[in-house]
Design a protein around this ligand. Sequence first.
Ligand code: FAD
Length: 318
Amino acid sequence: MAEVLVVVEASQASGVKKVTLEMLTIARSLGSVSAVVLGGPGAAAELAGKLGEYGAEKIYAAESDEIDGYLVAPKATVVAELVKRIQPAAVLLGSTQEGKEIAGRLAVKLENGLLVDAVEVAGDGTATQVVFAGSTIVKSRVTKGVPIITIRPNSVTPAPQAATPAVEQLTVVASDTDKLTKVVERVAEQKGSRPELSEASIVVSGGRGVGNADNFKLVEETADLLGAAVGASRAAVDSGYYPHQFQVGQTGKTVSPQLYLALGISGAIQHRAGMQTSKTIVAVNKDAEAPIFELADFGVVGDLFKVVPQANDEIRKR
Ligand code: FAD
């Protein structure tokens, strides 16, 4: 069975990222699953259990201070060497800032074809991509070399399937050009009690209709009653109502929760690009013509400052 290589994304705070579990799930439908861990010394041992739970049969451990201490260049070099050696059927990376940068460098180094933002990969390597802010779906296939494909977070539901991975240590050789940019400081995102936005099963988002930063407390109140993450439209972020790390959309995060509440959000195409795959969408907007209602499963036409406190009271009673 062909080997499919998943480039693992993980963080010190939360371990293996959800997008990695999604990639492992997709990889299992394409062949036997290998995962390459790129981190400091000991990184692979910490992640092996979780990677095995989701079907990784082999783990390549690229561990060194250089991998950990420099930006993506040494990672791209080590993955390129590995791909040359094992010639996998495909390489999957997350459609994240880091995943896309490694993918681009990898494609140049190997002179291979690259497909980004895939939501699905068929057995013959055909990738389904969502383009133009989600308005168009394209099916593409790499015609040269090992396909390098980045997977959009929240494209599939991660499904466990236990395996006991064998671990192989890789030798990391970083060239001088790989070390042109260095990590000088890492500042962890402030982690509150709410779930991480792109991994939450319920998201409550506020838009410009929320009016100001103080009013966002109402959005937070609803989120806390539901155990949800808080999101925001770009207009709300640009107006200073809520921090950028919570922006949902084309230039923000992609979410795909079971339930998405859009409060005072018009539903512009760039916002939809980040939330339209949510399972159930509920919108509250005072304008019955707002485009968000074209997408919503349930809509309330009304003033969010009247509707939301009543909804919160009802939730509290349950
Ligand atoms: P508005 O469009 O101003 O809508 C506010 C809504 O609130 C209105 O529908 C109004 O009826 C309603 N409202 C007002 N008061 C109330 C009330 N009291 N009760 C109920 N409803 C009320 N946007 C994103 O969100 N994410 C992105 O990542 C993103 N990326 C972009 C990238 C590019 C290149 C560009 C050009 C734009 C991008 N945008 C993005 C911006 C996008 O086009 C919209 O401008 C933005 O989504 C609008 O945000 P909004 O719906 O909160 O604001």
